[in-house]
Write a protein that binds this ligand. Structure first.
Ligand SMILES: CC(C)(COP(=O)(O)OP(=O)(O)OC[C@H]1O[C@@H](n2cnc3c(N)ncnc32)[C@H](O)[C@@H]1OP(=O)(O)O)[C@@H](O)C(=O)NCCC(=O)NCCS
Length: 185
């Protein structure tokens, strides 16, 4: 796909594209005992907040203004995170539509005082919508994937986008059909 094609995909707004690397961001945090669940490991919600924070930074940087979380899906927790772990939350724009962006996030953890390599402990995909002063969606620059990995992520994000839209449409149709049949649920 060419840069020209991607500009067309952004709704014809004619905004110049931005490379993936321009907004890629990492947020790092040492986990403390304030962040544990009843089992003594780090609460999933703490990790989800870091994920949302870094994805929001990426969306704001890419779109050049405010952006809000529209959805968060496929949040996977692969390994428990422990007190004393240095957590790195890495995020980039995987795909852009007209006003929405899919942000991919990887969560890595390493002991704060050891020099062993970090391991992946989680991942997530979030959709952010860029908004104007009134909170209405505004066009975003098309993302320009730079590496083979970026291009693979772009293609995978398109598949997720197709599935999200199809799922939403199917559920809306089901609800309309049930309402037409007289159900009030
Ligand atoms: C997200 C929001 C701006 C969408 O507004 P809207 O009037 O529904 O606008 P649209 O239907 O045109 O959607 C805008 C874009 O977001 C995408 N989008 C909207 N809801 C979505 C969802 N649930 N999942 C994935 N994408 C979504 C649309 O597909 C569209 O993408 P595109 O422009 O690239 O084609 C609006 O629902 C909102 O403000 N939500 C609250 C966001 C918020 O406060 N987040 C923080 C929660 S604490």
């Amino acid at each position: 796909m060419t840069t020209h094609d991607r500009t067309a995909e952004s709704g014809g707004a004619g905004i110049p594209g931005k490379p993936t690397s321009a907004s890629r961001t990492t947020l790092s945090h040492i986990m403390t005992s304030n962040e544990t669940n009843l089992l003594g490991t780090v609460h999933g919600g703490v990790i989800m907040k870091l994920v949302d924070d870094v994805a929001g930074a990426v969306a704001g940087r890419h779109s050049g203004g405010p952006a809000v979380t529209a959805s968060m899906d496929e949040m996977a927790f692969l390994e428990p995170v422990r007190v004393g772990d240095l957590v790195h939350v890495k995020a980039q724009v995987n795909w852009t539509g007209r006003s929405s962006m899919e942000i991919g996030v990887r969560v890595l953890a390493e002991r704060w005082n050891e020099s062993r390599p970090a391991t992946q402990v989680g991942s997530a995909y979030l959709v952010f919508a860029a908004v104007d002063e009134e909170g209405k969606p505004r066009p975003v620059p098309p993302v320009i994937p730079e590496t083979d990995r970026d291009r693979r992520r772009y293609q995978e994000a398109q598949i997720r986008r197709t599935h999200r839209l199809a799922r939403r449409r199917a559920i809306m149709e089901l609800r309309q059909n049930r309402a037409a049949e007289g159900y009030d649920d």
